[in-house]
Write a protein that binds this ligand. Sequence first.
Ligand code: UD1
Length: 364
Amino acid sequence: MRLKLVTVVGARPQFIKAAAVSRAIRGTPAAAIDEVLVHTGQHYDANMSEVFFAELDIPAPKYDLKIAGGTHGAMTGRMLETIEAVLLDEAPDRVLVYGDTNSTLAGALAAAKQHIPVAHVEAGLRSFNRRMPEEINRLIADQLSSLLFCPTETAVLNLAAEGITSGVHNYGDVMLDAAMHYRERAARASRVLDDLGLRGKPFILATCHRAENTDDAEALAGIVRALTDIARTWPVVLTLHPRTRKLIDQHGLGGGLAGVTVVAPLPFLDMVALEQAARVIVTDSGGVQKEAFFYGVPCVTMRNETEWVETVALGRNVLAGASTAAIVDAVERAASELPAPIEARPYGDGDAATRIVQRLADLG
Ligand code: UD1
């Protein structure tokens, strides 16, 4: 029996994960699964959305809901209502959601209310910090899911601690599939290192967008100071999420980024090319922490906790919070040592998407 699947995505990291799974779906024998793609519109700038669909060969969404902005409640509420209407029309066998964004929460909730089984890719991650909107989204999405695809053993244990043990599978992290699939293409196709004059040169790559850093003027000022300090020693490239750009202006911090090369959000292949070539990556993104790990690049995370604890335990990631001194110190240390190779494979073997799709197909 063919399985009809509605996939809900909306934000940049979900496009990358969905690309890996959609490719595996297209590779299943006689297309055992019909996938209907719904894009909530949470990320709408061309360089946060369209470019990812084009570059990652993701099929065009059947539904483009164009719901973005507003408060978390307003955004999630509008998504809930609209996704519900889509699900009533499509009557899928299953709904697939990714990660921890407001789009994840709305997709899971709309499906669960219609008794449509929910499959959650990247289940079981926890920061244990409920001030993060993502933590609330994950907790609810996991409660509502009947299939929980965990990227790590830690995630399996987190779910077990909450009493969730049925339907839980650790097939590895689909982000590793994507990293392995696109790394060579990025090295071949991207011109970003030449465009930025960085080919063959050591540099620091930075990203910043988490609410806890951008919405807090003091934290954001601390990060801006740290990047400016580091830029006195190393070239620093900061790819700026629209949220951060707005808040830097709002807090009057724009002048503070002297010496830092600030670029707009990059297409995925350019980002991968920069990540692979960077001496150190400084970030508050979950996905970027892991990509640093996959490419063997030391990472400094501008948060006090991480869901990707394996990267820290294996000595590849340092938690520095938003303190200027801690960030600068951690980057200097990381830049001065060559990281030793790591044998452990906490994120699986790069075949998570195929195994997820096989499991979905088996359940028909
Ligand atoms: C969201 C996710 C976060 C994820 C991140 C990846 C939630 C709660 N957070 O955060 O988990 O790591 O995406 O990027 O869902 N904006 C634009 N153009 C865009 C997208 C957003 O200008 O293309 C603006 C919005 O109008 C808003 C701000 O950026 O003012 C934040 O966007 P939002 O989608 O709320 O959350 P993110 O910070 O991107």
